[in-house]
Write a protein that binds this ligand. Structure first.
Ligand code: 1CP
Length: 345
């Protein structure tokens, strides 16, 4: 890693080292809340944008320029590696990922071959270009975790209750484990491509795993998330793990082995610090909807998050999930400034 990046507030907070100010970035900081994003995406389908290095670089840089955040997140989507190995899928506007032939049986597994770096040349090229353009600012690479990817593949698209997914988990555990094995290998390979090309941190999004009870997480998910973090331990980059609605799973997410646990807005950070235990930094966790309220409310709630973060060994300020599309970008710019100024030491 570039030595200046290594010394950045974001990387230091992930490593639980003293920082000049609390670092800030926002999940979904690029995207529909930014007029400049809507402009460059106007005639370009999402998956085309994700396979075009110039667009990836431009869209990744937009929130960095506007907000002065402490880290960039690679512009892509969690289904990009699946598309790259030939899964027939699309990202539909206003819906999300849609899979042409949902995987419900053993034959379906054949669609999931291993991922080779040569399958995603546009990712390598864009990460390399971004690492140069960002200079000392860290770039976060990311992937979807096996449970969340499995949910899209099995359901065929976004799902509220993940019932087909759970039906396979409970009813056909061998098929479930075979599917999770394949997704684990793909995820490790995909994260490694990003780190090798110059990403300075990696975030594993298990966005929908909060649907699972702790005992089931331990049996059906933990073996795979643990293996992913263990497989990346030789890389000198902090590893972050995040899911929505995971209050009851925070200890297990920590047990999987990341350096940083992301927390949604439902659990105060002082409480999360206890559930996660020692040896981890925390990331989060302002409710994204708070940004729709008047500034005084935002400031008060941000102070609460910062106070909670002091209970953790390291704190990266973020939202509890992604920026809502109707968020005023000026609010995020002001929030970044507020966190930096009020935590400067
Ligand atoms: O912060 C950024 O710069 C955004 C980059 C980014 C990331 C990190 C995108 C762009 N997608 C993701 C990851 C992602 N994709 C996750 C994990 C993070 C999270 O929980 O938010 C998930 C669950 C998805 C799946 C997905 N892709 C959805 C959710 C659908 C559902 O199940 O409710 C949606 C709407 C997409 C499409 C998508 N991905 C990204 C954007 C900007 C969009 C909107 C598409 C568009 O603008 O046309």
């Amino acid at each position: 890693m570039n030595p200046e990046t290594d010394e950045s507030a974001f990387i230091r907070a992930c490593r639980r080292l003293p920082v000049p100010h609390t670092p800030v970035w926002y999940m979904r900081q690029a995207g529909r809340s930014l007029p400049e994003y809507r402009a460059v995406r106007a005639d370009v389908p999402m998956l085309t944008a994700c396979a075009t290095p110039d667009l990836i670089v431009e869209i990744t840089m937009q929130p960095v320029r506007r907000y002065g955040v402490d880290a960039a997140i690679f512009f892509s989507d969690i289904v990009v590696p699946l598309k790259a190995i030939g899964v027939d899928l699309d990202i539909k506007p206003g819906v999300g990922p849609v899979i042409a032939a949902p995987i419900r049986d053993r034959d379906g597994l054949a669609a999931l071959r291993p991922l080779e770096p040569g399958d995603v040349p546009y990712v390598t090229e864009a990460v390399q270009a971004l690492a140069k353009e960002l200079g000392p600012i860290p770039l976060i690479g990311f992937a979807g975790a096996p449970f969340t990817l499995a949910s899209y593949l099995i359901e065929g698209g976004p799902s509220k209750n993940h019932d087909h997914t759970k039906a396979m988990m409970y009813g056909e555990p061998e098929l479930w484990h075979a599917l999770m094995e394949r997704l684990t290998e793909i995820t490790v390979a995909y994260l490694r491509v990003q780190a090798d090309a110059g990403a300075s941190a990696l975030q594993l999004f298990d966005s929908w795993v909060g649907a699972v009870a702790p005992g089931d997480y331990r049996e059906f998910v933990l073996p795979y998330t643990s293996r992913i973090f263990a497989s990346l331990a030789d890389l000198d980059v902090p590893r972050i793990h995040f899911g929505v609605g995971t209050g009851e799973l925070l200890g297990l997410l920590a047990e999987a082995g990341p350096d940083v646990v992301g927390v949604d807005w439902r659990v105060p950070l002082q409480e999360a610090a206890g559930r996660v235990g020692p040896g981890k930094a925390l990331q989060g966790n302002l409710d994204p909807a708070v940004l729709l309220a008047p500034w005084e409310v935002i400031e008060r709630r941000a102070r609460d998050v910062l106070a909670g973060g002091r209970a953790a060994e390291g704190h990266v300020f973020n939202l509890g999930h992604g920026v809502l599309p109707n968020t005023d970008p000026d609010r995020l710019a002001r929030l970044t400034e507020f966190v930096h100024e009020s935590t400067a030491r």
